[in-house]
Write a protein that binds this ligand. Sequence first.
Ligand code: URA
Length: 194
Amino acid sequence: MAPENDSLPRILEEIGDCTRCKLHKGRTKLVFGSGNPQTKLVFVGEGPGADEDAQGLPFVGRAGQLLTQMIDGTASKEGIPIQRPDVYICNVVKCRPPENRAPEPDEMQTCGQFLFRQLMAIQPRAICALGSTAAKALLGTKEGVTKLRGKWHKWNGIPLIVTYHPSYLLRAYNVAAKREAWEDLKKVLHYVYD
Ligand code: URA
């Protein structure tokens, strides 16, 4: 699947000015990923929103601010000396779906190969899938986050935790889910950094 000596710069170069799926039509900037390529922990979201599309960076809007707080806050509380720039963050699809709809199967299929190559190139100690689209892409399951969270899964031999997408947590009624997401994050951070 991945060429020998694959690397993030090589994957980005191969993606190029991509027109492989219909999502390219609405794109301002392609959002490849950001963070430390030598990281032990990768977070995978769904796809860029409006802010990400404008800046070309993942998780920079409201959901992104919450993700930053979750990573930095949990790490600091748990005495783990990392912050958001120490992990790597990317998405299942690299271009913004219109009206922030969920990526469609053909789009996930086409772009998923690049996500898989990113993960293979980084070889993290663990992966955190944010929300059901990332879980579906990485685990090939239709199960919802509620069923999948709280236990370990594997992607290509790499331990994987599923938790709620930060956009879901931003909806006020989700107090219990917020607590659970913090527990999931604690679990994956301790596994990776202890
Ligand atoms: N939501 C995502 O899934 N990814 C982003 O990059 C931003 C919001």
